[in-house]
Design a protein. Structure first.
Length: 308
């Protein structure tokens, strides 16, 4: 086992909020000899390093994890959804996602860890890909070859610095992701149309991630980004299949669910954290989006002891 892999996985967990939630905050720490923003390992290495099975605890990384299941079966949970892993499963854990490896004792396949921004280029398909999907045998074989190529270049860069090329690693990672994406390649006309929307959606998505707890109206983002609301709405619908307001509301709702389930903040505290002027507005929003009130969500999914 290489030292760079060992140091990348043994990250010290921290407890968020006020000490009662079990969510581990995982920070990306570059391994010795591998300061490129990407690391390649596999499930066997993860199990060997994680003798205390911390992988089964809820965790929230600040980096991406992309995994392919080449053999075996298992289970993974991400943001309140459980995914059955079988040969051909592809899994993409994004920064900030609350997840855990529920059962990967029998899984084999590559795991790629990379920093936000390391992935070369940007497409709407990458931004909106699901957490978990399935590849047929031929596509899995090609994706595993791409992962092997990335792994060999990563090992070479780690052991022989003169061969290191962050740009090459970034492009190989992009090739792996594009090979594994669930959507079939689009036509040339669709690609050109998508390109026109991609920049707008990319800017909007990044702004939402940065400001969803402050700005609750698409017009706020339009003013900040220099687009009109209709342009953002068309771009978001083309990229994500939903309107800009629905995209924003879904992001706010996801963070609300995370706060309610994984922290002991009272509902009023969750409302303030997410920029709602009062708890009544937050409760109305949550009930409309989730079809149940915040307290009921916490009772069903909570992992932290509620404050009194």
């Amino acid at each position: 086992m290489s030292s760079n892999v060992d140091s990348s996985v043994k990250r010290d967990p921290t407890i968020v909020e006020n000490g009662l939630t079990p969510v581990r905050q995982l920070r990306y720490l570059a391994a010795v000899g591998s300061p490129y923003g990407v690391e390649v390992l596999d499930f066997a290495a993860l199990r060997a390093m994680d003798t205390h099975r911390r992988r089964a605890l809820l965790q929230r990384p600040d980096f991406h994890v992309f995994a392919l299941i080449s053999s075996g079966t298992g289970t993974h949970e991400a943001d309140f959804h459980s995914h059955r892993l079988t040969p051909g499963s592809a899994l993409w854990i994004r920064p900030g996602m609350v997840h855990r490896w529920s059962d990967i004792d029998a899984c084999d396949g590559p795991l790629v860890l990379f920093r936000p921004g390391f992935l070369s280029g940007f497409t709407a398909a990458e931004a909106t890909a699901p957490v978990c999907w399935h590849l047929d045998r031929q596509r899995l074989s090609l994706a595993l070859l791409a992962a092997e190529h990335l792994g060999r270049e990563h090992d070479a860069a780690s052991t022989t610095p003169r061969l290191a090329s962050p740009a090459l690693l970034s492009h190989l990672l992009a090739a792996l992701i594009l090979r594994a994406l669930p959507d079939a390649p689009a036509s040339a006309d669709a690609v050109r149309a998508g390109d026109r929307h991609t920049e707008v959606f990319r800017d909007y998505r990044a702004a939402v991630e940065a400001h969803f707890s402050e700005w609750h109206h698409v017009a706020d983002y339009a003013r900040a980004l220099g687009y009109d609301v209709r342009t953002i709405t068309r771009a978001t619908r083309a990229a994500a299949g939903i309107g800009a307001k629905a995209f924003l509301d879904q992001r706010i709702l996801l963070e609300a669910k995370r706060l309610l389930a994984h922290t002991d903040l009272p509902v009023t505290g969750c409302a303030r954290r997410l920029g709602f002027r009062d708890v009544a507005n937050f409760t109305t929003f949550f009930r409309r989006q989730a079809d149940l009130p915040p307290a009921a969500w916490r009772a069903a999914y909570g992992t932290a002891r509620p404050a009194h």
